[in-house]
Design a protein around this ligand. Structure first.
Ligand SMILES: CC(C)(COP(=O)(O)OP(=O)(O)OC[C@H]1O[C@@H](n2cnc3c(N)ncnc32)[C@H](O)[C@@H]1OP(=O)(O)O)[C@@H](O)C(=O)NCCC(=O)NCCS
Length: 185
């Protein structure tokens, strides 16, 4: 039986191995990894699919900030990803189920914005829209054309020119905004 559940601290090394299989070890050179270096993923939203002892799929979330390059104001968001399904287990709705379940948790926590760098054809079905014509870039100034955003109806407006930066002081910020968000230790 396949189980979907929140990631546990002991899953960490197995998730890294799965992600190496899915994306290759060079994955850590992608700009999105610059947003993940400073802290662990968020435990409440990061989920796995497992069958017995085997880890089949993972989705992880990190807190980020979208900085308005014109006004300097900052907007909190979550970065969805990496999302990876073991090559031998694709096409069985594991990816879809992980994304739907984790986004339900994100919505329950009242998070306004989720961003990702990914394939629009896959993610549009989950309520993500291209960030363009807003010009929002990842570290290094790249990925404006592949960035997608999912915002709740009540969310504050996003910058027209923005940059996604790591959320370094997340603990303090989260205390002010939500008690639900903690990190995998
Ligand atoms: C993309 C990925 C997560 C999908 O997981 P999955 O469990 O195989 O997908 P699901 O079974 O939930 O969904 C399958 C559906 O998505 C579609 N799909 C899969 N990958 C897609 C892609 N890159 N673009 C568009 N559609 C895609 C399939 O055609 C299928 O459509 P259907 O239901 O109409 O037949 C998986 O293929 C994967 O790990 N790929 C490599 C890593 C990656 O690209 N991650 C996403 C970016 S972070």
């Amino acid at each position: 039986m396949i189980l979907f559940e929140c990631e546990r601290p002991q899953d960490g090394p197995f998730i890294e191995t799965l992600l190496d299989t899915v994306f290759g070890p060079d994955r850590v050179r992608k700009s999105s990894y610059r947003l993940r270096e400073a802290r662990p993923p968020l435990a409440e939203f990061s989920q796995v699919a497992r069958e017995g002892a085997q880890l089949l799929a993972t989705v992880r979330y990190w807190p980020v900030i979208i900085r308005d390059m014109l006004t300097g104001t900052q907007t909190d968001a979550l970065l969805l990803g990496p999302l990876g399904v073991h090559p031998g287990k694709r096409g069985r709705k594991l990816g879809q189920t992980l994304v739907r379940r984790s986004l339900a948790a994100v919505d329950s926590a009242g998070v306004a914005h989720v961003i990702l760098v990914g394939d629009p054809a896959y993610f549009k079905g989950f309520g993500f829209h291209p960030a363009l014509p807003r010009y929002i870039t990842m570290p290094g100034g790249v990925d404006a054309d592949r960035l997608m955003i999912r915002s709740s109806g009540l969310s504050q407006s996003l910058p027209s020119v923005g940059q996604v930066v790591p959320c370094i002081d997340y603990t303090a910020r989260s205390a002010a905004t939500s008690d639900h968000l903690t990190a995998v230790r």
